[in-house]
Design a protein around this ligand. Sequence first.
Ligand code: ADP
Ligand code: MG
Length: 211
Amino acid sequence: MTELNVEQVRGVLSAACQAIYDAREALSEADRQIGDGDHGIGMGRGFKAAREAVDSTELTTVGDAFKAVGSAVMRTSGGASGAVFGTMFRGPAKVLKTETLDGEGLARALEESAAQVQLRGKAKPGDKTMLDALVPAGIAAREAAESGGDVVAVAKAAAAAAHEGCEATINMKATIGKAKSLGDRSLGYRDPGAISVTILLDTIAEGIEAA
Ligand code: ADP
Ligand code: MG
């Protein structure tokens, strides 16, 4: 697989949205440890709406599919995750004005996604947020693309780096968001948003490989 067409991208993103909806109980459980226990509620609501949007929207470019997901999440999730995960998908829409998605495009999308979430949310790597999964995913995707990896290789590299980054949040103290007030008590748990990033990138990689 060297590139996906717009309809294949629609299918991949639709499956990723469904995976978040299916994981909503576990995501709220993770948020009960270090937050207010609602991460799965907001994400479930947002990505259900996002799946409906991406399934039904008319698509011309790959970016249109990302925008449909991001806009629906932003509109319906609420909480920090609405803005953060909405931006994760809307952010890269403008660098995806093509009718196909290849490894280079996916790497650019993930880099742009990480950059836009940092701009909007003012968090940085090490703060124990979803950025600790998303930023390394963007870097790994770029490395895979630069070394000639196809879109499957780029997606797999991104997902693997997101997992590593998510595991690393266990040893981080939260310095932003609702977990901030816990201080040392936020140690020992994965960041819920970072878990969401691994679910999204895992499903995207599986979908791309199967496309
Ligand atoms: P809330 O914090 O409003 O209850 P959620 O529980 O849905 O929202 O989402 C919490 C997750 O949002 C955190 O685990 C973290 O990954 C992410 N998050 C919070 N603030 C930021 C931020 N400024 N930048 C990036 N991610 C953030
Ligand atoms: Mg919460």
